[in-house]
Design a protein around this ligand. Structure first.
Ligand code: ADE
Length: 238
């Protein structure tokens, strides 16, 4: 997968992809990420990329010309499966969106800044608008990094057995169960016996039940459209 991220603040994306799993994904040749400075496509000597809003009001608006030049230049190089705009009024990002995007080959992510982009950019170029939650960030860069991280770790081969995405929260519609490591007892706090038993079927059953309990307690909304098999860890979406 290749991801191009277009931004007016490329420095904000200097390091998120240079560590841990995302770095390994790049090294293994499974993902490549390029950060593109929108100012390189600006019009005029001032390298202007934003202007006052027609009709007045506080805040600047990202102009259509640099964005059009940038996207059209990038489209000469590759065909994008999605051109995504990061914006607080987009569809809320979730694991099913991450799963769907992880199947794509080429993504372009445009980061909004200031008051956002001229509406005509959205009409002409954008195929998907994503918010990472009901709060407003200073720009779409950190949100783009969140989306890229969630998507890249799902590409087959990026995670190994120890970090497998199959047991993540949300992957089967449930929150993940509690986890423990050594020591088996810390200041009187014991790890549940079943996890030390070596009995795989019992451990799976405990984990499934703990997942359901945790989801009921913390996110009952996730259970509303689900029917679960008899503690065998299977789930069937209605
Ligand atoms: N840009 C500013 N806030 C955002 C959010 N919550 N999600 C995506 N992009 C944003």
């Amino acid at each position: 997968m290749h991801i191009d991220i277009v931004t007016v603040v490329p420095g904000l994306l200097d390091s998120p992809f240079a560590h841990s799993i995302l770095k390994r994904a790049e090294e293994k040749g499974l993902a490549s990420i390029r950060v593109i400075n929108l100012r390189d496509y600006s019009v005029g000597k001032q390298k202007q990329v934003d202007d006052y809003a027609f009709g007045g009001g506080a805040g600047m608006v990202m102009m259509i010309e640099p964005i059009a030049r940038c996207i059209e230049a990038l489209q000469q190089e590759r065909t994008y499966d999605e051109i995504i705009y990061m914006t607080p009024d987009g569809a809320t990002f979730d694991q099913s969106m991450a799963n769907a995007l992880s199947l794509q080959q080429n993504l372009l992510i445009l980061c909004g800044h200031y008051k956002g982009v001229d509406e005509r950019v959205r009409k002409r170029y954008i195929t998907k608008e994503i918010s990472i939650g009901d709060f407003v960030l200073s720009g779409g860069e950190l949100a783009a990094a969140v989306v890229a991280d969630a998507v890249i770790r799902l590409i087959p081969g990026v995670l190994n057995d120890e970090t497998s995405a199959l047991t993540d929260s949300f992957q089967d519609g449930l929150l993940a169960p509690p986890v423990y490591t050594r020591p088996a007892e810390f200041e009187g706090m014991k790890v549940p016996d079943v996890l030390l038993s070596g009995h795989e079927a019992k451990i799976n059953e405990w984990r499934f039940e703990a997942s359901v309990r945790r989801t009921q307690e913390r996110r009952p909304d996730l259970l509303r459209n689900q029917e679960f098999g008899e503690s065998d860890g299977t789930s069937n979406k209605k």
